[in-house]
Ligand binder design. Structure first.
Ligand SMILES: Cc1cc2nc3c(=O)[nH]c(=O)nc-3n(C[C@H](O)[C@H](O)[C@H](O)COP(=O)(O)O)c2cc1C
Length: 259
């Protein structure tokens, strides 16, 4: 089968795989569910984010947000506030409830089987009250974990990692989502991968809408070098790998006005 034809099959509901492979998922075999988020290393530097009910930022009306949404590739020098960052992280992966036995979470975005297979990394350049660096969101506690410092070399690596798309380097911060596929495979086996791709779209769409609501802009980026991005984040490329990213920054308000 040619690769285009093969990949079309990937988009179909592949219930036939279950018969072909005659497999039972790990969930059906009684294997315990994988952790809902990557562990927090001992002695890690962790910041509490502002919870959604304590936010005092002004948000645009929903109709203006949806009407104004577009991709932005040019950003102002202005920083985002810590509250705004808290809002964006909550809007994209915030947890509303954790099931008994920590089998699944319910979040601000939908996910097939509530598997939520993503981790959120942030390359912070301009956010008030936190220093530039690489961070990871902790959705279970609405916290932010400092991963490492970033400097000009890291930034060059990021631009290289996105195939030279320079505008990514001008963002106040860059969301980079990785996937831990087993979280979905535990339940869905070969059917996991189609729904993982769909799930990723929901996350980025919420980032577009939440950013628009605070006068910031986003551009979804799926054109990147897999090995380079995984190496930049320090993930293994098999059990966890980059799937999608999105630079965010304040944008000129007249660009966002409804026409
Ligand atoms: C899955 C996906 C991948 C994308 N990848 C890139 C990218 O790598 N670089 C880029 O500049 N824009 C990228 N975009 C943005 C699209 O080019 C943009 O959404 C499209 O041109 C429509 O413009 P609009 O978002 O302003 O409506 C991507 C969008 C999506 C949904």
């Amino acid at each position: 089968m040619k690769s285009v034809e093969k990949n079309r099959e990937f988009l179909k509901h592949v219930s036939q795989y279950i018969q072909i492979e005659d497999l039972r998922s790990d969930q059906q075999r009684g294997v315990p569910p994988p952790p809902l988020q990557k562990p927090v290393p001992k002695d890690a530097e962790v910041f509490d984010l502002v919870p959604p009910d304590k936010l005092s930022i002004a948000l645009k009306p929903m109709i203006d947000v949806i009407d104004g949404r577009r991709s932005h590739r040019s950003f102002l020098e202005e920083s985002l506030s810590f509250e705004e960052l808290s809002f964006l992280l909550w809007a994209t992966q915030g947890v509303r409830s954790i099931s008994k036995g920590s089998v699944h979470t319910l979040r601000t975005v939908p996910s097939a089987g509530a598997r939520h297979p993503f981790e959120t990394y942030l390359v912070v350049d301009r956010v008030e009250d936190i220093r530039p660096g690489l961070y990871r969101y902790l959705p279970l506690t609405h916290g932010l974990l400092f991963v490492s410092d970033t400097g000009p070399e890291f930034k060059n690596g990021l631009i290289d990692g996105v195939l030279g798309q320079e505008f990514v380097g001008g963002a106040a911060l860059v969301f980079i989502w990785t996937v831990i596929p087993y979280r979905s495979e535990w339940r869905y086996l070969s059917r996991a991968h189609k729904v993982i791709a769909i799930d990723a779209g929901h996350v980025c769409q919420n980032l577009y809408l939440a950013s628009e609501a605070i006068g910031a802009g986003v551009c979804a980026v799926a054109a990147y070098d897999q090995e380079k991005m995984d190496a930049l984040l320090g993930v293994d490329g098999t059990e966890e790998f980059t799937i999608y990213l999105a630079p965010v920054g304040k944008v000129r308000q007249k660009e966002m006005a409804r026409s």
